[in-house]
Design a protein around this ligand. Structure first.
Ligand code: AMP
Length: 445
């Protein structure tokens, strides 16, 4: 059995998706088994035409009984299955697989040169390779990959880049290493389909932290059986481009199988604040949220984590869980980011038809009216809720899960706005369920 080191790169189409597909195909290829994969690092292109897109690069270790000359066709076959378009040299490519090392063999044939002739000169190859095989020796140069990487002259090909992790233990090791270096790390958990609301949290994190880590995971356990888990929008490559643009450093994109491996059976019993409102309409939702957030806090042990006020009850559940379980992480809240016409940004807004989107505006309008009424002296919570309902109904929204005034911390329903309070709405617009809220406390004070 021999060990091979393979480099992967993609800068066309769904770049991370292409790398993941290539790894998947190699896992199923005869005669080879994938034993380790690196993170995916975004890098600036080296050589080739100007203005070509950034790459994502990775490395993996294979074990194989195939001879070196037979590994190459296996790699080419993966490239072909992924529809590689061969263009100019160093030009854009959907997927590129290179055999870097095959044990300590030195090969010099017209088809194959081992070790790969330029591997020790390129940071985008050496960095992921050294991540998974730091002690592997370069057979011609006699030095370890870690030493070769260290000896490379500094360049900026990976400075603007994002590092994408799919392996839970690898992201955990990375964040722990950053913390040990004394760097302040901020975390932004998301379910992807990112919009300006999510990115505002990345901006908040970036202002406070030395390194910003985001996670993208559509968490199955927080969706009910009749909810939109399978149709929840997924747009990984656009999300990664947006995170890169905002200066995010690390992204964790696990699979459901990695987060919930066979036999997984430990769940968080959420705090009392999870019981009303969403707790009534979406039984089990906050059990799934609390469980995944606690797990993310362990896998990305950051100094602080940012959550949006848009999901007000979720924020209170997480604050309370963090306090109750003495979690060593600070919870930072970000304000709700809205469209210019007031609609709270949400990944689910993309389900709305133009007519539905128009109707959905009544939600933020009803909340704004409630805040104005309180500012004008209204204290009767049932009158405020009735007015919110009337505004929604007048716009054609008749499936209202709740439109209510609650204590800003416990979320217990209020009779009178005599303490810090929040107005909350959950309503169905067509087949899309939207939530929004507005704090009444400032106007009350
Ligand atoms: P999600 O991807 O829906 O799970 O949201 C991830 C994080 O982004 C949560 O902390 C949300 O509260 C936050 N978020 C979602 N929408 C907005 C928004 N419009 N403004 C601010 N934060 C938001």
């Amino acid at each position: 059995m021999a060990s091979c080191l393979i480099a992967l790169g993609s800068n066309l189409g769904e770049r991370v998706g292409n790398l993941q597909s290539a790894i998947g195909l190699l896992r199923n290829a005869p005669g080879v088994s994938v034993v380790r994969t690196s993170s995916f690092v975004e890098t600036l292109p080296v050589g080739g035409p100007a203005d070509q897109p950034r790459f994502f690069n990775a490395a993996l270790v294979l074990e194989t009984e195939l001879p070196p000359a037979a590994v190459l066709p296996a790699l080419l076959s993966v490239e072909q299955q992924l529809g590689r378009i061969r263009g100019e040299r160093c030009g854009p490519r959907t997927i590129d697989l290179d055999l870097l090392l095959y044990d300590q063999q030195v090969v010099e044939t017209p088809e194959l040169t081992l070790p790969h002739p330029r591997m020790h000169l390129r940071r985008f190859v050496l960095a992921p390779a050294a991540e998974i095989a730091p002690d592997w020796r370069h057979p011609a140069l006699g030095r370890s990959l870690a030493a070769l990487l260290k000896a490379l002259p500094p360049d900026d090909t990976d400075k603007t880049g994002l590092q994408v992790f799919t392996d839970p233990r690898a992201i955990q090791a990375k964040v722990l290493a950053l913390r040990r270096e004394g760097l302040l790390v901020g975390l932004v958990p998301t379910m992807g389909a990112l919009h300006a609301g999510h990115l505002s949290l990345v901006q908040i994190a970036r202002r406070r932290a030395d390194r910003v880590a985001a996670s993208i995971f559509v968490n199955p356990t927080q969706f009910g059986p009749r909810e939109d888990f399978s149709r929840y929008p997924r747009s990984l490559d656009d999300d990664l481009a947006a995170l890169s643009e905002e200066g995010c450093d690390l992204v964790f994109v696990p699979s459901a199988a990695d987060m919930y491996p066979p036999g997984f059976s430990t769940y968080v019993e959420p705090p009392a604040v999870a019981a009303p409102l969403e707790g009534v309409c979406r039984p089990g939702h906050f059990r799934g949220v609390a469980t995944i957030v606690l797990k993310l806090f362990h896998l990305l042990p950051a100094d602080f984590a940012c959550f949006g006020q848009k999901d007000y009850q979720q924020l209170q559940v997480i604050r309370r869980m963090t306090q109750d379980l003495a979690l060593p992480i600070e919870i930072v809240a970000g304000p709700t980011i809205r469209e210019p016409d007031g609609l709270a940004m949400s990944s689910r807004n993309r389900y709305l038809s133009p007519a539905e989107r128009q109707r959905a505006l009544s939600i933020s309008r009803a909340l704004a009216q409630a805040a104005e009424s309180v500012a004008a002296g209204e204290r009767d919570a049932s009158r405020l809720s009735q007015r919110m309902r009337a505004t929604l109904q007048a716009a054609g929204i008749d499936r209202i899960d709740y439109a209510t005034i609650a204590d800003a911390e416990s979320l217990a329903e209020l009779q009178s706005v005599d303490r810090p309070a929040v107005a909350l709405i959950a309503a169905h617009v067509g087949t899309t369920r939207l939530i929004d809220n507005r704090l009444l406390s400032e106007s009350h004070a």
